[in-house]
Design a protein around this ligand. Structure first.
Ligand code: SF4
Length: 441
């Protein structure tokens, strides 16, 4: 019997990319491939790239070179946001065989199998990306939690962000197709699904061009969640990240009334100073954000609120940074993802004259990090002594099991656990970013 061909993936960037890698993995497995380790010999290497920061671009290029080094005969496919926004830069790297844009992933296996040694560049212009790419991902159970991508594209055009150029206009997976996919994931044994999208809160919203032609919004993210709560039996439904202005009353009611909705919202703030928010073209000011957080916390006690924050946006003064620092401390996020601004070619902010020096960004980032860690610690301490439910996701080499609570505490358990089961744990002690827990049943 012929040996199965192997495919290895390397994924950079966000949860949407992770979800898309899972979907592509399923396509390869369906065609009889075996999943290999990217760091070892494979017949096909797929690099799912990111372009949100310069580090993402650089890492993407490194991994492309690494793949051909591991097997000079391998077929190297590059997809994702860097491939979509900079196909020429990717094509300039000698080792790339196939470059796939962000709406061509469903063709990946066919393109690999038909590859004749002549490089293929399959990247559509952003404006032609109009359909939601409904690729399935029921075959892969690498994790206890499955990402289900339900939305693509963003039209907010925050002034620092390259994503709308990489991902094109708003479009959504239909409710029917989402349910079909969710049922496959349920049947495959997942206990938790994480709904993802580039602009998840805009689920169901027509793009500007469609709206101009009279298309109206018929369903919302809350409708989608309610349908999944009613039609599936997942023990947990989690949202990856939504804009702070998009938590409508319907969605909040679902969180408040149904414990299967994970009590965790990631609501990107980006800056805690009104002038900076305006320059970033974010759709709220600090007072609106503050009120939103109070409204959510009042409705859903114990909810984890996390955020993304950027330091060193062009023109950010010391005073504006101090405002940000104070504001974030006041909100007291359970965790913060911090970014140092880096200019992305093609975005308005990249052309702003008053770029902040790297040394200043480093200092601000460090101070923000210290405050973020203090609040994370406080959030974890609030839970010590409590008995919580943890979904077991993996076992470390030292035998300790790891998993998350619904409100996103990362728990380490020394006990008789099994992957992909829910266990009751008493939270005991903080160990870095983990909380150690005693297994109860
Ligand atoms: S909302 Fe803003 S930051 Fe988020 S993807 Fe869209 S443009 Fe980028």
């Amino acid at each position: 019997m012929a040996e199965k061909k192997t495919v290895g993936f390397h994924t950079l960037g966000c949860k949407v990319n992770q979800s898309e890698t899972e979907a592509m993995t399923a396509l390869f497995l369906d065609k009889g491939y075996q999943l290999g380790d990217f760091e070892e010999f494979c017949d096909v290497y797929v690099i799912n790239t990111c372009t949100v920061t310069h580090a993402g671009d650089r890492k993407s290029r490194q991994m492309i070179r690494r793949a051909k080094h591991l097997n000079p005969e391998a077929i190297v496919v590059v997809t994702g946001c860097y491939a979509q926004t900079s196909p020429e830069a990717v094509a300039a790297i000698e080792d790339v065989d196939i470059i796939l844009g962000t709406n061509k992933r469903h063709q990946i296996v066919e393109e690999v199998e038909q590859f004749s040694g002549v490089r293929k560049l399959l990247v559509d212009e952003k404006d032609t990306l109009t359909d939601f790419e409904e690729i399935s991902m029921d075959r892969v159970i690498q994790k206890a939690r499955a990402y289900l991508k339900v939305q693509e594209g963003c039209e907010q055009f925050c002034t620092y962000c390259i994503i709308p150029y990489a991902r094109g206009p708003l479009r959504s997976r239909s409710m029917e197709n989402t349910l079909q996919e969710a049922r496959k994931l349920e049947k495959a044994g997942f206990r938790e699904i994480i709904l993802t999208g580039i602009h998840l809160g805009a689920y169901g919203k027509p793009g500007e061009a469609e709206a101009a032609m009279g298309k109206v919004q018929e369903v919302t993210l809350a409708d989608l969640c309610e349908m999944l709560l009613n039609e599936t039996s997942f023990e947990r439904i989690r949202l990856s990240s939504i804009e702070p202005t998009e938590v409508d009353d319907h969605l909040l009611r679902l969180f408040a009334e149904n414990r299967r909705m994970c009590r965790h919202l990631h609501l990107p703030l980006q800056a805690g100073d009104d002038s900076v928010l305006e320059a970033m073209h974010r759709p709220y000011n600090t007072e609106q954000y503050r009120q939103e957080m109070a409204r959510i916390r009042a409705a859903v006690p114990g909810i984890a609120l996390s955020t993304d924050l950027m330091v060193g946006f062009p023109g950010e003064t010391d005073e504006q940074f101090e405002n940000s620092l104070r504001f974030c401390d006041e909100i007291g996020f359970s965790s913060m993802h911090l970014f140092k601004y880096s200019p992305r070619e093609g975005t308005p902010a990249a052309t702003y004259p008053d770029q902040v020096r790297n040394e200043v960004k480093d200092i601000r980032s460090k101070r923000m990090q210290e405050m973020a860690e203090k609040n994370m610690l406080r959030y974890m301490e609030e839970h010590l002594g409590q008995t919580v439910e943890v979904l077991i996701e993996e076992q470390r080499a030292d035998g300790i099991w790891l998993g998350h609570t619904d409100n996103y505490l990362h728990v380490a358990i020394d006990g008789p656990c099994r992957k992909n089961t829910m266990v009751q744990v008493q939270l005991d002690k903080i160990d870095g970013k983990l909380i150690k827990g005693k297994f109860i049943e």
